[in-house]
Design a binder for this molecule. Structure first.
Ligand SMILES: C[S@@+](CC[C@H](N)C(=O)[O-])C[C@H]1O[C@@H](n2cnc3c(N)ncnc32)[C@H](O)[C@@H]1O
Length: 234
């Protein structure tokens, strides 16, 4: 079968293969920021959409932020779950990924159907500013590669722009700490332990659910957090 040649054609094996190729190239060049070797699979993308589907008011449109969109596997799933009036902001500082995402707005069936309500930002998520508010944040950032201070800054930012009662879903990969304990330099292992403590602290305070997604390469965990309504935090 001939593989379509358009740089952004997403459908079928040709498009998915090109997405994966771009992701792998960028992962090799910028592993600390990319944090994975292959894009997320459909099971993980679907599970990250939980609070795009479960809404307090099913008739009210919501504002969705996806941080670290990469080649867009989760963005496409979000687009497929969006309802009339919903908006979606996609953020990735990698220029190759941002260009790819802009292309998908014209070619991917799900993203093009909502393209007038999707904005692509080529920036760090924390540079988006605090004047906007979101009901749902889906984060693909590779926290396991970040320092504790960076993770704290990003989680603080998410909760600054999340509406009270809003949800944050983020993921990481199972067993990275155990693998690092064996093969990584000690300083890198200890950095991940410290950033893990920051995540545990947020999950302890705001966590409302955790999932394992074994049908992903590599297998992943997801944490779902909820920002308390104003005046209800203990
Ligand atoms: C593990 S990849 C996830 C990509 C995609 N969401 C997926 O599931 O396949 C992490 C992505 O986060 C982006 N990223 C890293 N640091 C970021 C930051 N501070 N703000 C926004 N995106 C960031 C990287 O460029 C990369 O595309």
């Amino acid at each position: 079968m001939a593989i379509p040649q358009s740089p952004h054609t997403p459908d079928g094996p040709g498009g998915r293969l090109r997405d994966a190729r771009l992701f792998v190239t960028q992962a090799v060049q910028t592993f600390r920021a990319t944090g994975a070797l292959v894009p997320s699979g459909p099971a993980l993308a679907h599970a990250l959409n939980r609070f795009v589907d479960e809404r307090p008011d099913p008739t009210a449109p919501i504002a969705i932020l996806e941080a670290g969109s990469g080649t867009g596997p989760v963005s496409r799933a979000i687009a497929a779950h969006m309802r009339p009036g919903d908006t979606l902001d996609l953020v990735d500082p990698n220029p190759r990924f941002a260009e790819h995402l802009r292309g998908l707005l014209g070619t991917d069936p799900d993203l093009s159907a909502v393209a007038d309500r999707v904005t692509v930002h080529e920036s760090l998520v924390t540079d988006l500013g605090t004047d906007r508010r979101f009901d749902v944040i889906v984060s693909g950032l590779p926290f396991a590669n970040f320092t504790a201070e960076e993770v704290q800054e990003i989680l603080d930012y998410y909760f600054a722009v999340l509406r009270p009662g809003g949800h944050l879903s983020f993921f990481g990969y199972l067993y990275t700490k155990q693998v690092k304990a064996i093969i990584a330099p000690r300083a890198d292992y200890l950095r991940q332990v410290r950033s893990g403590w920051v995540i545990e602290d947020w999950v302890r305070r705001y966590g409302i659910g955790r999932e394992r997604v074994l049908a992903n390469i590599p297998p992943a965990w997801i944490f779902h957090l909820r920002k308390p309504e104003e005046g209800t935090e203990s």
